[in-house]
Write a protein that binds this ligand. Sequence first.
Ligand SMILES: [Zn+2]
Length: 220
Amino acid sequence: MSNDFLEERQQVLDAVKRIVAAGLVSGASGNVSRRIATPNVELFAVTASRVPYHRFGIDDVLVVDAEIDPVVGDGIPSSESLAHMAVYAARPDVGAVIHTHSVYASAFAVAAQPIPCVLDEQVVILGGAVAVAEYGASASQRLADNAVAALGDRAAVLLKHHGLLGVGSDLEEAVAVVDLAERVARVRLLSMQLGAAHELPSAVVSAEQLVYRMMKGFKP
Ligand SMILES: [Zn+2]
């Protein structure tokens, strides 16, 4: 094999280590991928399925094509690869996708409650409120389609009865997205318990959404 995409796979492994350290995933839950542009074909580095994070290594980051057929590595690609590929197909701006089962985001996903705009940095980084995708069974095309529909042009979406999906132009950004989405969920819940879960003024949300769209290069 002339090109094992070691650099790209290492970046995915580094992102895995960061979300583990941040407590956003445990066991073998969740998954990480990034787009790899090659001259002839678009490829993706994606974490392997069912490998516990405590023994996760570079060999557990595979390279697949858009049909999830193996290019590099022997493992089984993450069970949510369909969702990752659906996002890449729908969002040319997305270079990395991370799926977590982080607890507070999952609580909102179970309650089927979107997370409104509550923190100042939320709109610029996540694009606005975090919506809840309609239910689709794990690893199904329905989950993938529902996630893409509810994600829209934002950076994070809740998967009903399941967890969170975050996207970014690169892995760095995607890690920041899933980290912030979990914090927003936690803060929202705590503020509800305090009995004063105020939301950002709509004028602030609109102004910050313009900034988000500008940074993403979206048309106004
Ligand atoms: Zn999952």
